[in-house]
Design a protein around this ligand. Structure first.
Ligand code: FE2
Ligand code: FE2
Length: 281
């Protein structure tokens, strides 16, 4: 069996070529059945899904508008090219969630209005990660685009924690539940395309962090430091906002323990590949 740290990872040029072959439009997904189902969904079920959709709407706005600093910190032209595609992808994801709000959940409004309304439904852990940690790491990178430590901090937070650890976990449990319940097929279709884009973004993050840690051993400490800072809020944001409420995760057929185990398992595997095992944190 190949050692994890020898695993072949796609470089930015390969990821860029994959992007060229993976185009889709947030406006060509059929949401007509979703619209009919939403109106007839039971209160508790609707509330739970509304909580997930709100988190995704807010997250994708942050992820889109707090990214450009990484483009300014590119190494090679190939990396700059890949990062330009990720910026487009994130904007496309935000457009899809906004369209879902326009046509299924609420009345057509500007994206900022949807985000503001959705903000009332997200948890404190979520707010800390997206409104404080992400904003701060992005600000630091814009202030110091040539700082390798600032770039490593940002990619660890954005690609490894937000996209891989939180994003993949939310995708798995949300789409498992909706597919099983045969609910919101248009949303599941769009979310699956978003997920496909996200695997490329995570691929970039893994590539960047492994190459950087190999070339600059001291950067492993930067990865460790930010993870130590973030893990408590990651755990909090994977917990439902109130036990026993309509937004209790048990309602989606998975326990909080299962959700945390999935997230931690993925993070552990990725840290092994990057060369900063979780045990060394
Ligand atoms: Fe995204
Ligand atoms: Fe992404």
């Amino acid at each position: 069996m190949a050692r994890l740290d020898e695993l072949q990872l796609n470089d930015p040029q390969t990821l860029y070529r994959l992007w060229e072959d993976s185009q889709w439009s947030p406006f060509s997904i059929d949401l007509s059945l979703d619209e009919r189902q939403w109106g007839s969904m039971a209160g508790e079920e609707q509330q739970l899904i509304h909580f997930v959709l709100s988190s995704l709407m807010v997250a994708e706005e942050r992820i889109t508008t707090k990214f450009s600093g990484l483009l300014g910190a590119y190494g090679t032209e190939e990396e700059a090219t890949f990062l330009a595609t990720q910026q487009v992808d994130e904007a496309r994801h935000m457009q899809f969630y906004a369209r879902f709000q326009d046509e299924v959940i609420a009345e057509p409004e500007a994206i900022a209005d949807h985000v503001e309304r959705a903000r009332a439904h997200v948890s404190d852990g979520f707010r800390e990660i997206f409104d404080e940690r992400l904003v701060d790491a992005h600000q630091r990178l814009i202030a110091e685009p040539a700082s390798l430590a600032a770039k490593v901090r940002f990619v660890t937070l954005y690609h490894l924690v937000l996209e891989a650890t939180l994003g993949l976990t939310s995708f798995k449990f949300t789409t498992d539940y909706l597919s099983r319940a045969e609910l919101l097929p248009g949303f599941v279709d769009g979310y699956a395309r978003i997920h496909h884009d996200e695997t490329r973004h995570i691929g970039y993050g893994m590539w960047f962090l492994r190459e950087t840690v190999r070339a600059h051993g001291d950067m492993a400490d930067v990865v460790r430091e930010i993870l130590r800072e973030l893990l408590p809020s990651v755990a909090a944001s994977l917990s439902p906002p109130a036990r026993g409420s309509a937004t209790d995760f048990d309602a989606i057929g998975a326990s909080a323990e299962q959700i945390r185990a999935f997230a931690l398992g993925g993070l552990t595997r990725r840290l092994d590949i990057i060369g900063v095992p979780l045990g060394t944190l």
